[in-house]
Design a protein around this ligand. Structure first.
Ligand code: B12
Length: 216
């Protein structure tokens, strides 16, 4: 990782909100691509999450880190090559019902957009009916579901069942990610893929989109 990107990561971990835009801008001035800067912020967020779990940070710190992420992203939004957007397909993004975590989903969305996908972001706490509706109205066949709460794992099954009921299961590829997800859970829930970070999410959807085109 480049020194300036490491600085972005460190600034996030240290929750230095006054500096976040300065360090992100420094990366941009050095010509560092936006997606690399997103990776730095994402790494910082992951560390903040771990320190929270160890009892070193409080809930207010988490909220602050989320704000910092937003401030940093504000400088990057128009730095991605939008000419490529949608060329690889359209991905519907959602956080599972009952779950309001959105930082990871937003990073996944940014990385997908940056790599040539169009994204339709349904936001947080998404009921399966909302997702089905979006599939029908957009014609998209790719879904990225973020699930962080163990208590909401059932929402994955509800979505898979609802897709089957709507006669859409075979026409759709669904990937999951977030703190409580794993490959084992993906297998149990019969979803098509699990990814542990936004970079993997891009690889997964490239592969899934390709398999759909080839009529796997
Ligand atoms: C930040 C945070 C919050 C923030 C959320 C702010 C926001 N706008 O999102 C706030 C403070 C609001 C919050 C609230 C709560 N939280 Co919280 N939160 C976290 C924390 C510390 C970090 C999450 C995060 O943003 N990480 C950084 C991002 C970048 O990582 P990420 O989300 O994992 O996403 C990456 C990958 O997972 C992947 N990915 C994500 N989605 C997808 C999708 C696909 C398809 C793919 C391929 C990949 C992928 O790519 C992303 C980028 O690399 C986690 C700890 C953790 N280990 O995750 C707890 C955590 C998820 N929260 C937890 C809890 C319990 C709660 C609350 C219930 C607390 C409470 N008592 O009120 C509430 C939830 C209320 C609700 N109904 O949802 C628990 C869940 C425990 C469990 N096993 O169920 C955790 C694990 C903390 C803990 N150990 O106690 N939280």
């Amino acid at each position: 990782m480049k020194a300036s990107v490491m600085q972005v990561e460190k600034t996030l971990v240290e929750l230095d909100i006054d500096q976040i835009q300065n360090v992100v801008q420094k990366c941009l001035d050095e010509g560092i691509p936006a997606w690399e800067i997103v990776e730095g912020m994402s790494g910082g967020m992951t560390q903040v999450g771990k320190q929270f779990e160890m009892g070193e940070y409080y809930l207010a710190d988490l909220v602050l880190s989320g704000e910092m992420m937003k401030e940093g992203m504000a400088l990057l939004e128009n730095k991605f090559d939008m000419r490529q957007m949608g060329k690889k397909g359209t991905v519907i993004l959602a956080t599972a019902k009952g779950d309001i975590h959105d930082i990871g989903k937003n990073i996944v969305g940014t990385m997908l957009t940056a790599s040539g996908f169009k994204t339709i972001d349904l936001g947080v706490d998404c009921h399966e009916d909302q997702i089905i509706e979006a599939v029908k109205s957009s014609g998209s066949n790719l879904i990225a579901l973020s699930v962080l709460l163990t208590t909401m794992v059932g929402a994955i099954k509800d979505l898979v069942d609802a897709l089957a009921e709507a006669g859409l299961r075979d026409k759709i590829r669904l990937a999951i990610g977030g703190a409580c997800c794993s490959q084992q859970l993906a297998d149990e829930m019969r979803v098509d893929a699990y990814g542990e970070d936004a970079v993997k999410a891009v690889r997964i959807f490239e592969k899934l989109a390709k398999s759909m085109k080839q009529g796997r």
